[in-house]
Design a protein around this ligand. Structure first.
Ligand SMILES: C[S@@+](CC[C@H](N)C(=O)[O-])C[C@H]1O[C@@H](n2cnc3c(N)ncnc32)[C@H](O)[C@@H]1O
Length: 407
């Protein structure tokens, strides 16, 4: 793909429909002019570019391997992480893959030097191409090597995004290549280290003095960033992109200023998953002047509407101990035909409950199945924004019966 003919062929495929029912005919005609292998690679590349638009605004100019794209940081999360390296002159991106983070690191530091290292030659070649396209003029270096063998003595800071899969597929949860401990130990050579880890990372693995930052894009939890003491700003952070709002806590064990837990009032707040994972629900409660509906449940409540980037605001229409038949009847009375069911702290098959509720009507609602003072509790709610009622959750529209259980 990096050859002149490869580029020419890719140029011809720009915007082409490479969906399964079109691709055979297209391949046949292109094989009249180009070698079959090149045609197959270019068609794959075009399909990857289409898929990559979910992560990159200029995907149509980039090159991908399939697993490189799957593992790449999106432009939004990469740009956010790169912000921490603003003052570093020479940054090494260890395990740079196809360069999602590398290009953001180079772009964020005009005049800085960014060095990409990866053991996979195809990924590295594409990282070089992608960085040249997306961060033109950046000072870049590349090394195809096992990161554990590279010397880092002239480097000011390191970003490392260890793989969560090997040649055979996904690694067991919590395993990384290279190992997380190796990444943490990088501070012995370079004090400024940022590690991208899975959002499910066990917090007890984070050494004292390091910051753990949970990053969500909208309400989707994407990653946990670990910042070494020289890059840390606090102990725990929840960040919500694209705006980059951050909720921080220097001492998660500190006493909360939130009111004591109590049953739900007129509004319910559904914290962003980054807040929940960061253990900052009581901190958010204190900021909102809201209370937890149960000490073990990550739903907050208040009698006035409040709006924050860290939670979704829901107006409560019905709040009562959960009784499936009574809730079904009430939902039918309200004409609720579309429901986004949120289950938290209660067992039960949401798809079956959804079916048994027998919903019909033009309305949409969020149904919350949870626990209050250790009793199964149900709420019928509608999302609200500062401007009035919110559009129903896009996810719920096409997929009623959505289930979450975030503790
Ligand atoms: C999660 S991906 C990196 C994605 C990258 N940050 C991006 O945004 O495009 C992990 C990469 O680590 C590389 N890798 C794993 N173990 C390695 C090692 N010991 N040395 C060098 N690279 C390694 C893999 O080849 C893979 O490209």
């Amino acid at each position: 793909m990096l050859s002149a003919t490869g580029r020419e062929l890719l140029g011809r495929l720009a915007g082409a429909d490479v969906s399964p029912d079109r691709v055979l005919a297209l391949a046949q005609s292109l094989r009249q002019e180009y070698p079959a292998e090149l045609v197959a690679a270019a068609l794959t590349q075009q399909a990857l570019r289409v898929a990559a638009t979910a992560k990159f605004s200029r995907a149509d100019q980039m090159l991908f391997t399939r697993s490189g794209l799957e593992q790449a940081s999106s432009e939004q999360t990469a740009r956010h992480a790169a912000g921490r390296f603003a003052g570093a002159l020479i940054v090494a991106d260890l395990c740079c893959g196809i360069g999602g983070n590398l290009t953001a690191l180079a772009d964020a530091r005009p005049g800085g030097v960014t060095i990409g290292v990866d053991s996979d030659p195809a990924s590295l070649g594409f990282a070089r191409h992608n960085a040249a396209v997306l961060a033109p003029g950046a000072r870049l270096g590349f090394a195809c090597a096992d990161v554990r063998t590279v010397r880092l003595n002239r480097v000011d800071a390191v970003f490392v995004d260890p793989a969560r899969r090997d040649a055979k597929g996904r690694l067991p949860t919590g395993r990384y290549l290279p190992a997380l401990q190796w990444c943490l130990d990088l501070t012995a050579t370079v004090p400024r280290v940022g590690i991208k880890a899975a959002p499910g990372l066990r917090k007890e693995l984070v050494p004292p003095g390091w910051e753990i930052e949970f990053v969500a894009v909208g309400r989707e939890l994407k990653e946990a960033m670990l910042w070494s003491p020289d890059l840390a700003r606090t102990q725990t952070t929840a960040t919500v992109l694209p705006a980059g709002d951050t909720l921080t806590c220097a001492d998660p064990a500190a006493r909360s200023t939130a009111p004591a837990p109590a049953p739900p009032g007129e509004y319910l707040f559904d914290p962003n998953p980054a807040v929940t994972r960061a253990g900052l629900v009581t901190k958010l409660a204190g900021l909102l002047g809201a209370w937890q509906i149960d000490p073990m449940i990550a739903f907050l409540s208040a009698n006035e509407p409040k709006f924050t980037p860290f939670a979704r605001t829901l107006r409560v229409i019905e709040s009562a101990p959960w009784h499936e038949k009574r809730f079904g009847a009430r939902l039918r009375d309200l004409g609720i035909g579309t429901a986004d069911i949120r289950r938290r702290g209660l067992a039960g098959d949401v798809a079956q409950i959804h079916r048994r509720l027998g919903l019909r009507g033009p309305g949409a609602a969020v149904i919350v199945l949870t626990r209050v003072s250790d009793r199964p509790w149900g709420l019928i709610c509608v999302p609200v924004t500062p401007d009035g009622p919110a559009a129903p959750d896009a996810q719920a529209q096409g997929r009623p019966g959505l289930e979450t259980d975030q503790g």
